[in-house]
Design a binder for this molecule. Structure first.
Ligand code: PEP
Ligand code: MG
Length: 313
């Protein structure tokens, strides 16, 4: 019966009492973007562009990049949908030959993500040109965000470059500094998207790839939830969207907590959309807020989970 209820749940994303929660897909390429259209999503919340280039020795031309991005954008034209394109998140766990910084002692804390643009701004500007061409060609509403932003100045520079091309600009909240200064970051850009995978890694100082540290790299860590709460509150005050696009958004129970913290969109692997949508749809906003408060008050992930679970209706 539960499986049938899931299969028949068809959106749109909202709490039991009608608070809208945008449900979006995380995609890697045109095939996964097209596949996600059969789920009840209103767009793509994370297109990881670097995954198109893992096997490339040299930087693709602007024209070639534009064609790749247009294939992802094209199925989402119109109907109030949008696609969030993330600029290259090269380095550390996602090495890209033409954009990686060689021989770093500690690549997760090195020149990765937006930091690549410090040394080579042309790389970012060519990618933004290609994204703008793809948006224009497809007529799809396209938002652009940068990974690994740590300072307000980075958000400002990125926002200027994206706005110059007529697109909406955002930054990922993956570094605790960006969460703590979310109110100032939001003066520079139009939206935030919290990458809980990296935010957890950097908050807990625990490598997300290290399986023996899984008890630390758990997005239910109350310290991580505190940072999510700070970013969401900044979004509420600025009246700008703050979403989550890390794995946390794919956990139906945690999704309720995130909504209770004030998160306005959840982006996840397409397969998770129905379970998450159905779960959030069964809980009122007020109850989500109670679940969030209980999880924040816990001292570890297990008690946070349990505190939220017992509040399910
Ligand atoms: C994240 O860090 O949570 C995120 C969504 O980005 P990625 O997993 O690609 O690093
Ligand atoms: Mg990340």
């Amino acid at each position: 019966a539960e499986r049938a209820a899931l299969a028949s749940w068809s959106g749109p994303g909202r709490t039991a009492d009608g608070r809208p929660v945008k449900l979006l897909a995380n995609v890697a390429d045109a095939a996964s973007a097209r596949a996600a259209t059969s789920e009840p999503v209103t767009g793509i919340g994370l297109f990881r562009t670097e995954l198109s280039f893992l096997d490339r020795e040299t930087e693709p031309s602007v024209d070639e990049q534009a064609a790749i991005y247009a294939d992802v954008l094209e199925p989402y034209a119109g109907d109030g949908r949008h696609v969030v394109v993330r600029t290259l998140d090269a380095g550390s766990d996602k090495p890209v030959a033409f954009a990686s910084h060689p021989d770093e002692e500690n690549p997760a804390l090195g020149v990765r993500g937006l930091r690549l643009a410090f040394a080579d701004p042309g790389l970012l500007h060519r990618q933004l040109d290609a994204i703008a061409i793809a948006a224009e060609r497809t007529g799809t509403e396209c938002w652009v965000m940068a990974p690994m932003v740590a300072t307000v100045a980075e958000a400002r520079d990125f926002g200027v470059a994206v706005h110059e091309r007529g697109l909406k600009a955002g930054v990922m909240v993956e570094v605790p500094s960006a969460a703590l200064l979310a109110h100032k970051v939001l003066e520079e850009v139009d939206f935030l998207s919290i990458g809980t995978n990296d935010l957890t890694q950097y908050t807990m100082a625990a490598d997300r790839m290290a399986s023996d540290l899984a008890h630390l790299t758990d997005p239910w860590q109350p310290a991580v939830l505190q940072l999510v709460a700070i970013a969401a509150e900044a979004g509420r005050r600025a009246d700008k969207p703050v979403g989550v696009c890390g794995e946390a958004a794919a956990d139906p129970l945690l999704a309720c907590v995130l909504v209770g913290l004030g998160i306005t969109s959840l982006s996840m692997a397409a397969a998770a959309v129905r379970p998450v949508g159905a779960r959030v749809g069964g809980v009122t906003l007020g109850r989500c807020e109670e679940m969030a408060e209980a999880a924040l008050a816990a001292e570890d992930p297990a008690s946070a989970r349990e505190a939220a679970r017992v509040l399910l209706p």
